[in-house]
Design a protein. Structure first.
Length: 258
């Protein structure tokens, strides 16, 4: 009979995975933490895990689709709203133009950030939607102008130009997400952006980038077509990549030259 004491396997980890039962008894995982961390946080595993979470979050009707700002539906990922806030505070646009207003939450969000940043000095939010919701219509004011009509309609475009003439601006495209329509929007609104300003194409994550696989060619495909013909714009992925994901991922565009 062996007098060697039997080592009982641990039923729980002592302290954050301190111990693990093995063939010879307990194996201390302390020495394995660094390589395990490198493995689990490696480039490919990190990207795969992020994409899985992105798809789960986007596909769940109880997540971003139910988010509100002061009671108004935003249809936004909170990461993206936070990124918008940082971008506006850093670049200080005087006007935000958004196509696709929906429940009005994003328009209200932009107006709050611009108001806090600029106070009583000139600033304006312009929203365009093919059919304004009753909720959004309540937001109409001297500082929030809502236009009903197609975002690529010539009269709408002229009104947008007139309202924001001379103002440093940021443009957000969030209406019809078909590739053909987004490409038309880019051709119309791209020239309104000055060097140093931003144009954001929302929901570039659909059509498998990495979610919304059944959507078909959409915003990201339009962005790629547009960038191929307009070298004055670049993707600024560093804006969102530090937060690992964005529903608008590769659609954060900056104009760097004429």
């Amino acid at each position: 009979m062996s007098l060697r004491p039997r080592i009982q396997p641990a039923s729980v980890f002592d302290s954050f995975g301190e111990c693990y039962p093995g063939r010879q008894g307990m194996i201390r995982l302390g020495v394995l933490r660094a390589p395990l961390n490198r493995l689990l946080c490696g480039r490919y595993i990190r990207a795969a895990a992020t994409n899985v979470f992105h798809h789960i979050y986007y596909s769940d009707v109880n997540t971003w689709q139910r988010n509100t700002w002061f009671g108004y539906q935003t249809l936004q990922n909170p990461y993206d709203l936070y990124t918008y806030q940082e971008l506006i505070c850093r670049d200080a646009p005087r006007a935000v133009i958004q196509t696709g207003v929906a429940g009005g939450g994003s328009v209200l969000f932009f107006s709050h950030i611009l108001g806090l940043l600029h106070g009583s000095s000139p600033w304006l939010v312009v929203g365009v939607d093919i059919a304004l919701s009753n909720e959004a219509k309540r937001l109409q004011s001297d500082r929030v102008v809502l236009l009903e009509g197609s975002s690529v309609d010539a009269k709408v475009i002229e009104t947008v130009k007139s309202l924001t003439n001379g103002l440093r601006k940021m443009i957000v495209l969030d209406s019809d997400h078909r590739e053909s329509y987004v490409f038309e929007e880019l051709k119309v609104y791209g020239p309104l952006v000055w060097p140093g300003e931003y144009l954001i194409v929302e929901d570039c994550n659909v059509n498998g980038h990495p979610t919304g696989w059944s959507h078909g060619p959409g915003p990201l495909e339009a962005v790629r077509r547009y960038l191929a013909t307009r070298p004055g714009f670049v993707q600024t992925n560093e804006i969102w990549e530090r937060n690992l994901l964005s529903h608008h991922n590769y659609g954060w565009l900056k104009r760097v030259s004429d």
